[in-house]
Ligand binder design. Structure first.
Ligand code: PMP
Length: 453
């Protein structure tokens, strides 16, 4: 019998030989964590070392790991009926769509896919076809913001505003335009947050005008920019963008892939604002990543334009796995857990406590700004508090690896925009206990203290 260490080493050798890891540098001796089991907010690797997952995987395990009731509901559904495509229908899919509409105020049609990228691709195709069939055939362009991420497929990547995620993969799908997002920390000196946010929203209006207003199909944005650096707008920005979209007949697509399902302290991130999106995309927290599933929720009046005599007026899009019955049954149970355990409220409570107790970090020489909404936080590191020069790569990496050495996984806005990958990210499971939060706080405080010079 191999001992634990030998087994872990042999797995690592096989991993190095066979697996091309996501968004990782070429390194024959790469040392990924080889995870073995996970429960609550904690992952155990093959060496038996435990880590608190301060990123919920890739911002997705909202209800925490190892929930037997989720495994059970998927098992039961797989036994009863493992698959039927969404050209037909099934009970878990029907119930989930009904539940999502209850959460969204009953105005949307639910289209199922597999991933966040898929959900956004579907949104783009529906928006273009809607305009074509609504007598606005020239509307094909999309406006999104620099620094935001909307997915890795060629259309969703075109919408993405992170040059490093696009570099060497271009040209991408045409018709995607970008504007700067509000970055309140780096706003011009002397300008109020409100003035600045209004100005940023007006840049969308300018873009619409300069590009010829009859050519703009939709604006896509997250309620707050998450993976791009946790950039939280003033509510006036989002509300003004909605007003501008309405004024120019431009659809508003809200990407809730990370912000949905309680993460920001509301059911959906856009519910912090007085807006009503035309299309909403969801993934990640929809199933807490126990199984793949995503949704494009489309307003009923948009759906109605697909009702026509023209034989090509229907939405000619299909995907094999979208709306898998087990994934839908699991998503329903996942939402039930979020509601039953009051995890949306818990996100707000945990996030506020995290922010409150990290107040002492504001005095740290390399911390420029700390931002959070619900249980989602960004810590912007700088070389100089006065000039706000972004912290050098080595400094940011050292904090992350020291946290890992101390058993805490945190993230950063890596490979987004050259020179601006200086924002540490935290997005722990919403089910984290008070003791989990104590642990997160103790490691962060210790690591920052040790890295103050
Ligand atoms: N939108 C946002 C806001 C995301 O964060 C992500 C993934 N990080 C996506 C879309 C794409 O989701 P997926 O990786 O499931 O394709």
């Amino acid at each position: 019998m191999k001992n634990v260490k030998e087994e872990a080493q042999s797995l690592l050798a096989k991993d190095q030989k066979n697996i091309w890891h996501h968004i990782s540098k070429y390194d024959e001796k790469t040392h990924p964590m080889i995870a073995k089991e996970a429960k609550g907010s904690w992952i155990t690797d093959h060496n038996g070392k435990k880590y608190l997952d301060g990123m919920s995987g890739l911002w997705c395990v909202n209800v925490g790991y190892g929930r037997e009731e989720l495994a059970q509901v998927a098992y039961d559904q797989l036994k009863e009926m493992s698959y039927i495509s969404m050209t037909q229908s099934h009970l878990p899919g029907i119930k989930l769509a009904e539940k999502l509409n209850e959460m969204l105020d009953e105005d949307y049609m639910i289209f199922y896919s597999n991933s966040g990228s898929d959900a956004n691709e579907v949104a783009f195709k529906i928006a273009r076809q809607y305009h074509q069939q609504n007598g606005d055939a020239l509307r094909y362009k999309f406006i999104s913001r620099y620094r935001a991420y909307h997915g890795g497929s060629l259309g969703a990547l075109a919408a993405t505003g992170q040059s490093l995620r696009k570099y060497k993969y271009e040209p991408l799908t045409s018709g995607f335009l970008h504007v700067a997002p509000p970055d309140n920390y780096r706003r011009p000196k002397g300008q109020s947050v409100e003035e600045y946010n209004i100005q940023k929203a007006e840049e969308i209006e300018e873009k619409i005008i300069w590009e010829q207003k009859e050519t703009i199909a939709a604006v896509i944005m997250e309620p707050l920019i998450t993976g791009g650096g946790v950039l939280i707008p003033d509510p006036i920005y989002v509300e003004k963008v909605q007003e501008i979209c309405n004024r120019y007949g431009v659809l508003l697509i809200i990407d809730e892939v990370i912000c949905g399902f309680g993460r920001t302290g509301r059911t959906f991130g856009h519910m912090h604002y007085d807006i009503k999106p035309d299309i909403i995309t969801m993934a990640k927290g929809l199933t807490s990543a126990y199984l793949p599933l995503s949704v494009t929720a489309v307003r009923k009046d948009i759906y109605e334009t697909f009702n026509s005599e023209d034989e090509n007026s229907h939405f000619r899009h299909v995907n094999t796995f979208g709306g898998n019955p087990a994934a839908c049954a699991l998503a329903l149970k996942n939402i039930e857990i979020i509601e039953r355990d009051n995890l949306t409220n818990r996100a707000a409570v945990l996030g506020d406590r995290l922010r409150g107790e990290l107040k002492e970090l504001e005095a740290h020489p390399y911390v420029g700004d700390i931002r959070h909404q619900g249980f989602l936080m960004g810590i912007e590191m700088v070389e100089d508090k006065e000039t706000k020069e972004p912290a050098h790569d080595g400094r940011v990496k050292k904090i992350i690896s020291d946290c890992k050495d101390n058993g805490l996984i945190i993230g950063r806005n890596g490979d987004t925009v050259a020179g601006y990958n200086n924002i540490l990210t935290l997005c722990p499971p919403l089910s984290s206990t008070d003791e989990d939060l104590d642990f997160i706080l103790s490691v962060i405080k210790k690591v920052f203290k040790e890295n103050a010079s």
